[in-house]
Design a protein around this ligand. Structure first.
Ligand code: FES
Length: 210
């Protein structure tokens, strides 16, 4: 029995390049590094453009732990931190919906246009002494680009645009996306309490089996 315990608690007698260290699933330092290197410094798929076809349609998501709302405005798709710039309340609480009249924070009722500008501050006279102006308190934007009807987000302003970032992969995306707009006909939500790599591995296994 002791032998079996040792076997599972000690690394195998192999070069470190020859086995997967289980700490990649549990160590918080590794998760922090993944957030920084994988999720913060890359373009990440958010949704299909066809999921937000009308002005004001929105979807919420989270990227590297940052809550984000993506919305269609008259001039295209925009994304913002899903956080009110006043006191940090969540701006949008439902997963998806329509904001035909723009954002309104439910806490103190500040309002914002779909382009992120602050359009009204309740009892603004109370902020006069502090010199607060509407133009200084817009929503914090998140980089958003669309490729073949796919909406991508990036939290790092220094990462190159999608065209350069994806490079040759763009041809594959265009090839497989075709010219017809995709339509989502069913949403399925699964909450899995696991490291994200475990979930991805599970999904890949299922896809391979299918
Ligand atoms: S927290 Fe949003 S208006 Fe005050």
């Amino acid at each position: 029995m002791k032998h079996a315990t040792d076997r599972w608690s000690c690394p195998p007698n192999l070069p470190t390049t020859h086995f997967l260290d289980n700490r990649i699933y549990i160590e918080s330092e590794i998760i922090s590094a993944e957030r920084e290197r994988l999720f913060t410094n890359c373009w990440k798929f958010m949704c299909l453009e066809s999921e937000i076809p009308n002005i004001g349609d929105y979807r919420v998501s989270e990227l590297a732990g940052v809550p984000i709302v993506t919305v269609r405005a008259a001039d295209g798709v925009h994304s913002y931190f899903n956080v009110c710039p006043h006191r940090g309340a969540p701006l949008v609480r439902d997963e998806r919906g329509n904001l035909a009249h723009g954002f309104q924070c439910m806490y103190h009722l500040w309002t914002f246009s779909l382009k992120g500008d602050c359009t009204s501050i309740s009892r603004i006279e109370g902020y006069e002494a502090a010199g607060l102006k509407k133009q200084d308190v817009g929503l914090r934007p998140v980089r958003t680009e669309t490729v073949c009807g796919l909406v991508f987000l990036c939290l790092n302003d220094d990462v190159e645009q999608t065209e350069t970032f994806f490079g040759d992969m763009l041809d594959h995306i265009k090839l497989h996306m075709g010219s017809e707009e995709l339509e989502v006909f069913h949403y399925h939500r699964a909450e899995i309490k696991t490291n994200w790599k475990g979930a991805v591995r599970q999904m890949r296994t299922r896809l391979c089996v299918a």
